[in-house]
Design a protein around this ligand. Structure first.
Ligand code: SF4
Length: 356
């Protein structure tokens, strides 16, 4: 298979070329990738590499960009949703998110086309899984969005379509490329991986000691309710998830962010707070509250201001920071839980990130 340059670290490129009898130095492989990731078309590189290396790279590797099928801006908040067609006809979505710091952006990336997790409140989950994305297809989303951004893109968050830890190797490889000085050149600390709670993968992640931030999408701490909302909860109990989170916190340090998709009348009661308190006793947490975005007419509804205020009040007992996260782009179906809303895996009926 012809490797794609967006899926390679310099050491990968060097060893691939050497396996084809190309005499390349490590510094030359770095230079080639820095040139490609800098958004430059074709060769030669700004600082020359031997002609034989340039020719081998041109003949033995691919560097195609993703096809942008559609892009839409939500005028109310400046979120921009991108729909990409992948080489095999599958679709991926990414969202450019303006940060509070003026002129800076982060990119919400898809790790899969569709998702196998089937969370009841999530449009992506209703699609099912078409396939996992290759590392280069994840990195290429970032580059396409970055290259059109009117300011610096300083971060990436895996909250588009898919469960990142269900595509573990490619997600971690793409993160390493995004954080590499010859790759995406963003800080590893500005890369966030969000998971709905694949317990063995969280344990593996903790044991491997990666620098990226992990967010756990909890949404309910009550066993039966979790099973209803998040089918993955049938595989691992809330207790098993909390134990894995505890292990992760001990290896990573700092606070662990728990994402909570707030659904009016469902998961805003004192029972949830009591269960959270019991499950995570002694674990330093931060809680992100995210409004549900269910496009179905009879779907989950957002909590009223009063309900949300009462839930925040109840959460005080945990003595942890509680932040309400803005989930923008709803007008363009770019908000959390809406990605992939109207994309079919055979063609774009229309399209849309999500909460986990
Ligand atoms: S919330 Fe995340 S893990 Fe759950 S179905 Fe949606 S994309 Fe998949």
């Amino acid at each position: 298979m012809t490797p794609h340059l967006h899926g390679l670290l310099p050491e990968d490129l060097a060893s691939f070329l050497r396996s084809h009898d190309v005499n390349v130095r490590d510094a030359e492989a770095r230079r080639v990738l820095a040139h490609v990731f800098g958004g430059k078309e074709g060769f030669p590189t700004a600082r020359p590499v031997p002609k034989a290396v340039e020719e081998a790279v041109a003949h033995l590797t691919q560097r195609t960009k993703l096809e942008i099928v559609e892009r839409g801006t939500d005028p109310s908040d400046g979120f921009v949703k991108y729909l990409f067609r992948l080489p095999d006809g599958a679709f991926a979505e990414a969202v450019r998110i303006p940060l509070e710091k003026a002129g800076k952006f982060t990119v919400c990336l898809s790790s899969q086309a569709g998702c196998a997790m089937g969370c009841d409140f999530c449009a992506t989950g209703r699609l099912g899984l078409a396939r996992s994305l290759e590392a280069w297809e994840i990195v290429a989303q970032f580059l396409a969005v970055r290259d059109e951004a009117p300011g610096e893109v300083t971060g990436a968050v895996y909250q588009g379509q898919g469960e990142p830890l269900h595509n573990y190797a490619n997600v971690l490889r793409a993160a390493a490329i995004l954080a590499h000085p010859c790759g995406g050149r963003i800080s590893a600390k500005a890369i966030t991986i969000s998971t709905v709670g694949l317990v063995p993968a969280i344990r593996r992640y903790a044991s491997e000691g990666h620098p990226y931030r992990l967010i756990i999408s909890m949404t309910s701490a009550i066993e039966e309710r979790r099973k209803r909302l998040l089918p993955v909860a049938s595989a691992w109990s809330a207790r098993e998830l909390a134990d894995a989170v505890r292990t992760y916190q001990q290896s990573a340090g700092g606070r662990v962010t728990i994402a909570w998709v707030v659904m009016g009348g469902i998961n805003t009661g004192e029972d949830e707070v009591a269960a959270l308190r019991e499950l995570f006793a002694g674990v330093p947490l931060r809680i992100n509250l995210i409004d549900v975005n269910d496009a179905r007419p009879d779907g989950y509804r957002r909590a009223s201001d009063e309900e949300l205020a009462a839930f925040r009040d109840a959460l005080r007992v945990l003595e942890v920071p509680v932040v309400r996260r803005y989930s923008g782009g709803a007008a363009k179906h770019a908000a959390c839980g809406m990605l992939a809303a109207e994309v079919t895996q055979s063609g774009p009926a229309s399209s849309s990130p999500r909460p986990a």
